[in-house]
Unconditional design. Structure first.
Length: 283
């Protein structure tokens, strides 16, 4: 008989051990040492209060780790990671985890629950859809190895000062609403891990990007609405490559059919995997 209960008293090493087991045969290869898991959880606003574990006696065999934020006055939780140890898969634990988690979130006054599921993971999609979730949009993920040359113009001014992000309107520069893990709030959780590069011309902010310094994950690439289709994405990417000198970069959770989705395909990004963003109204 399995027991489903809060993760409040579960330490990070226990969670990490279950995580590694659960995702050992995942479609997308997981490189997740303890420190990287801690960073991921911090970036995604992980909160034990809204997370649930499945236990076989005292052993953590399944988990649903939730992030928590207040957005426009509403209380949201986000599925940071849900997994089942290999030996316990195909025993309906995933379905029961979600059912019990939603019940717990409802009792805690959560308004919405968000998650992402791989496009090819039909079994998980079925569980979520049957549990009351709706698909809100398709998100595409890209890898970039192509090199971009920056044709420097005397009017171009690059800045690495991130202060402008404190007051920026994301909608003015992004062609879609950034997913949970790519929002400015996610950047604010681990600022020291990211490089921010902005391009200004004669005092006007043309665009910017936020990129992880070591793994090359581009959190956002935003271009002013009236400056699109003028090659500024390539200029920012070229400056990024010149600054970080990594071999590979990734751009995750790009909204399907958005401006950036079309642009990155045009300039040489390669599609890796795709997923669906799903949402449930809790209360």
């Amino acid at each position: 008989m399995y027991e489903y209960k809060s993760m409040i008293d579960i330490d990070i090493k226990t969670i990490h051990d279950a995580f590694i087991d659960a995702f050992s045969e995942y479609e997308v290869k997981m490189d997740m040492p303890l420190e990287k898991l801690q960073e991921m959880m911090k970036t995604r606003s992980f909160d034990k209060k809204y997370s649930l574990g499945c236990f076989d006696k005292d052993k953590l065999v399944g988990f649903s780790l939730s992030g928590y934020r207040v957005i426009n006055g509403l209380r949201y939780c986000y599925d940071t990671a849900t997994g089942i140890r290999q030996a316990y898969q195909n025993k309906h634990i995933g379905k029961d985890l979600i059912t019990n988690l939603v019940t717990m979130l409802r009792k805690n006054g959560i308004d919405y629950f968000l998650l992402e599921v791989l496009e090819n993971n039909k079994s998980a999609q079925k569980i979520y859809l049957n549990g009351g979730f709706e698909i809100t949009r398709k998100l595409n993920c890209y890898i970039m190895t192509k090199k971009f040359d920056v044709n420097y113009n005397s009017d171009y001014q690059f800045s690495y000062d991130p202060k402008f992000l404190e007051s920026i309107n994301e909608q003015e520069f992004n062609s879609y609403e950034p997913s949970w893990q790519n929002k400015i709030e996610s950047y604010n959780q681990c600022k020291e891990k990211y490089k921010v590069i902005s391009l200004n011309i004669k005092g006007e902010l043309i665009g910017y990007l936020i990129v992880h310094k070591t793994n090359g994950n581009i959190m956002q690439i935003g271009i002013s609405k009236n400056k699109r289709d003028k090659g500024f994405e390539q200029i920012l990417l070229g400056e990024m490559q010149h600054t970080l000198k990594l071999d590979k970069y990734s751009l995750l959770n790009v909204e399907d059919d958005s401006y950036i989705d079309h642009k990155v395909k045009d300039i040489g990004f390669e599609n890796s995997v795709n997923q669906y963003e799903m949402q449930m109204k809790i209360s």
